[in-house]
Design a protein around this ligand. Structure first.
Ligand code: 3PG
Length: 306
């Protein structure tokens, strides 16, 4: 069996070494395609492999057509919006993710970005502190829970909204569960986004919703760029010069955000949330183990295209 690690944004070396160990211990071969840039290289590399480990790499119908021997794709990470699930199912390819494995890394980055925003991007002027401020966690999954845990250490007043998580589950963590996204944004000085990119959430963070935030509001996005209605956020930030937007996922309109909102906007050049050795090891090795479990024993835990 041949397993390909196809990562345009590579894992830390120590994680690749760990993945290799798992794959070779199972008697399989590991091949590595990093920083490949062009899709043609991916199409060539997938030709004879039985399994693929990816990150945000795009697996669409064209890639699946080229991968004639493919049985499984594991997205080493949480969000699998980069994989065409219907096409994978049509090609009889199992798709899995590795939930929770990189969530602390993403949560820590959310705080790094929050501190940077409330300290005015370290421009020398007096900013504010996070202690005592109201934090809104938009979606209470693995990352949201880690954000809540860290926020307690900062002494923040923590609120959360999750359409799919019972209020009791949120409240047992000492977090105030609110009934709608609107209520969350209206209550909180800082909102941290942790919703996946789905048909329902795309463009859902819009003018009306963000405009509910109190004066000086900070929106932190370590989720996906697709959930933001960029045109409406630009319009709102033009009108409300008190708002700040910090994101780990560069908007399509990055140039316009940078030009119009200097001192109120920041984006990492490349998504950095899961870029820690620990997260790479956790997610990468989990992916390798899930592949071995699937190929050897037919284990489908964490399958997302049921
Ligand atoms: C995820 O969905 O797990 C995170 O967004 C991390 O994505 P990455 O592996 O592409 O950095």
């Amino acid at each position: 069996m041949k397993v390909l690690v196809a990562t345009d944004k590579p894992f830390a070396k120590v994680a690749v070494d760990g993945i290799r160990k798992e794959i070779e211990a199972a008697g399989y071969e590991l091949v590595l395609l990093e920083k490949y840039g062009e899709k043609a290289k991916l199409l060539e590399a997938v030709k004879d492999v039985n399994a693929i480990i990816i990150r945000s790499d795009i697996i669409d119908a064209e890639v699946l057509d080229a991968a004639k021997e493919l049985k499984i794709v594991v997205r080493a990470g949480a969000g699998y919006d980069n994989v065409d699930l219907a096409a994978a199912t049509a090609h009889n390819v199992c798709v899995m993710n590795t939930p929770g494995q990189n969530s602390n890394a993403v949560a820590e980055l959310a705080f790094g970005m929050m501190v940077m925003a409330v300290r005015n991007f370290y421009n020398g002027t007096s900013g504010t502190e996070l202690m005592g401020k109201k934090l809104g966690i938009h979606a209470y999954g693995n990352v949201g829970r880690n954000v809540a845990r860290i926020a307690k250490g900062f002494g923040m007043d923590i609120y959360a909204f999750d359409a799919f998580c019972p209020k009791e589950v949120i409240e047992k963590d000492g977090v105030k569960a609110v009934s709608s996204a609107e209520e969350l944004y209206a209550a909180c000085n800082v909102v941290s986004l942790h919703i996946p990119a789905t048909a329902e959430t795309k463009n859902s963070i819009n003018y009306e919703l963000v405009n509910k935030m109190p004066k000086g509001g900070v929106l932190v996005n370590t989720a996906r760029k697709e959930v933001i209605n960029e045109a409406e956020l630009i319009k709102l930030m033009e009108e409300r010069t008190d708002l700040k937007y910090v994101t780990d996922i560069m908007p399509v309109a990055h140039a316009e955000f940078s030009e119009k909102f200097a001192g109120r906007y920041f984006s990492t050049p490349k998504k950095m949330g899961a870029q820690t050795a620990e997260a790479n090891i956790n997610a990468g090795i989990a992916a390798a183990r899930q592949i071995v479990g699937f190929l050897k024993d037919g284990c489908e835990k964490f399958r997302v295209n049921k």
